[in-house]
Design a protein. Structure first.
Length: 234
């Protein structure tokens, strides 16, 4: 399940551990949906990954960062805000920063975090690879949602915790978050003005000459008629 294209257009999404694999996949998906993506990783490969997204016409920028360095993280996120704008979404794929520590960093930067607990408690079917046959099989695995931590992260950052049990409720949550957090996007509009008096234009399949030329042609026709046929009639 993912955010709709309209909800991500022009928004700033930050993905850690984004040099390759799952992190890069998440960053790519966000960028394809119109987001401006900041790819963070300690691996310099992140620069190449971001550059490849840019060559595809997507909005992406790389940042080399050791996310265990608190001061460096603060400086990096401040730079992201300066480069791309206010942060809309953060995906911590690096797996090093604890959720509460990440929330404290976000609160320091004035970033609200809206957390979502997705799924139902109990068991859920999960695709796994059979070690003997190498085939994909489905196994029922226990599902646990750490709602206490999610609530604490939201509280620390002055955000809000949501609970989604199906696709419809998740979409409603996204719409509520969109209503709570608006991002200003500047757009330039151009109007094409034509001087029909001096410029030709197209009306359906017909090319219409400039109006001045048409008027001149009518005056000329009137003059010729007055000097010839109409004169004889008079």
């Amino acid at each position: 399940m993912s955010l709709s294209t309209d909800s991500l257009k022009g928004k700033v999404c930050v993905v850690t551990g984004a040099a390759k694999s799952i992190g890069l996949g998440i960053a790519t998906k966000y960028a394809e949906q119109g987001a401006k993506v900041a790819l963070i990783d300690i691996d310099p490969l992140v620069e190449k990954s971001a550059a490849e997204l840019v060559t595809k016409g997507l909005a992406a920028k790389s940042y080399i960062l050791n996310i265990t360095d608190r001061d460096a993280v603060l400086a990096c996120f401040e730079q992201i805000v300066n480069d791309l704008g206010d942060i809309y979404a953060l995906v911590n794929n690096a797996g090093v920063v604890e959720p509460i520590q990440a929330a404290e960093l976000a609160e320091t930067l004035g970033i609200k975090v809206y957390t979502i607990g997705v799924g139902t408690k109990g068991e859920a079917p999960v695709p796994v690879t059979d070690p003997f046959s190498g085939k994909q099989v489905v196994q029922w695995m226990p599902v646990n949602i750490d709602e206490e931590t999610l609530q604490k992260v939201a509280d620390l950052t002055h955000g809000k915790y949501f609970r989604a049990t199906d696709t419809d409720s998740l979409q409603n949550i996204y719409e509520e978050i969109d209503a709570l957090e608006k991002t200003k996007v500047e757009a330039q509009h151009y109007t094409d003005y034509r001087e029909l008096a001096v410029q030709p234009y197209r009306a359906g399949l017909i090319n219409v000459p400039p109006l001045l030329l048409v008027a001149f042609g009518l005056l000329l026709a009137r003059f010729v008629l007055e000097q010839t046929w109409l004169r004889e009639l008079n």
